[in-house]
Design a protein around this ligand. Structure first.
Ligand SMILES: NC(=O)c1ccc[n+]([C@@H]2O[C@H](COP(=O)([O-])OP(=O)(O)OC[C@H]3O[C@@H](n4cnc5c(N)ncnc54)[C@H](O)[C@@H]3O)[C@@H](O)[C@H]2O)c1
Length: 266
């Protein structure tokens, strides 16, 4: 299937590793020029080099997605280098710590809301005016199945991912008249550096998990929780993002679609 995104420009945040890296590579494989943004400049460069090695076009930008000035630089880099910004993938996200809400340090709460929800707001805020001017665009926000059903021990993460879906719906309504679609993608269980970090926190904090390796902690969550009985891959998520970025998805907006092997059916 030709997704018809050749010649478009995409910005992918948090694209140095994990899901963001796979999304950036897939969009470049489909012919988009990709701005690979990450707080770790060297990781962004590594993804951009990977895209170049595969024959694609990419520019790396070191940017903290929670800082307005950095996000403005990221958007300006896309416009300066490729003269457009057609596809925005807000992938930056994650959590800090794991504990019941009543024991959650306030600082961890703030940082988690910031990395998931504020980063999505800032990038939309900076990029959407350009898309409005061109009366076309695709915004794809990476939420989570924890944004569909509350998840114990990761309250701030879950609440912020619900917030990402809410913001997605609001923006879909506000931007629809400009032919800009706004959708959320909700991954289930994907083995990435981010999940590795979560498994380490769980292992540190909960004695019930002390004897397990971090891979075992992941497998115990991922397998039995899904209808298909298996975890998802970064490529599974990238496939849906590429579809939502395509011309074929022009009439899909305001949706939050799970890539979770049937873990959550709402
Ligand atoms: N892995 C999963 O199972 C899973 C499940 C559901 C949702 N998600 C969501 O998918 C997205 C990607 O997750 P992942 O597991 O690939 O994460 P990851 O931690 O493996 O990779 C995140 C990337 O973002 C970068 N980053 C971190 N903070 C940043 C900041 N402030 N500004 C810019 N870049 C920053 C990191 O350097 C890293 O390259 C997140 O929004 C996450 O919440 C992941």
């Amino acid at each position: 299937m030709d997704l018809k995104i050749g010649g478009k420009t995409a910005v992918v945040t948090g694209a140095g590793n994990g899901i963001g890296r796979a999304v950036a590579v897939r969009l470049a494989d489909e012919g988009a020029s990709v701005v690979v943004a990450d707080i770790r400049g060297s990781d962004a460069r590594r993804t951009a080099d990977e895209i170049s090695d595969r024959g694609g076009t990419a520019l790396s930008v070191e940017a903290d997605g929670t800082r307005e000035a950095d996000v403005d630089v990221m958007v300006a880099a896309a416009l300066q280098s490729f003269e457009s910004l057609d596809i925005l993938v807000n992938n930056v996200g994650g959590g800090f710590g794991s504990s019941p809400v009543v024991k959650q340090p306030v600082d961890e709460w703030d940082r988690t809301i910031e990395i998931n929800l504020k980063s999505t707001f800032l990038a939309c805020h900076a990029a959407a005016p350009h898309m409005i001017g061109h009366k076309q665009g695709r915004i794809i926000n990476i939420s989570s199945i924890s944004g569909k059903v509350g998840e114990a021990l990761v309250g701030a993460y879950s609440a912020s991912k619900f917030g990402v879906i809410g913001l997605t719906q609001v923006l879909a309504k506000e931007l629809g008249r400009y032919s800009i679609t706004v959708n959320a993608v909700c991954p289930g269980y994907v083995w990435t550096p981010g999940w590795e970090q979560l498994a380490s926190w769980l292992k540190e904090r909960y004695t019930s998990m002390a004897g397990r390796t971090i891979e075992e902690i992941f497998d115990k969550r991922a397998g039995p929780s899904t209808a298909l009985g298996r975890p998802q891959t970064v490529e599974d998520v990238a496939s849906l993002v590429a579809y939502l970025a395509s011309e074929d998805a022009r009439n899909i907006t305001g949706q939050a679609i799970n890539v979770d092997g049937g873990a959550v059916m709402c």
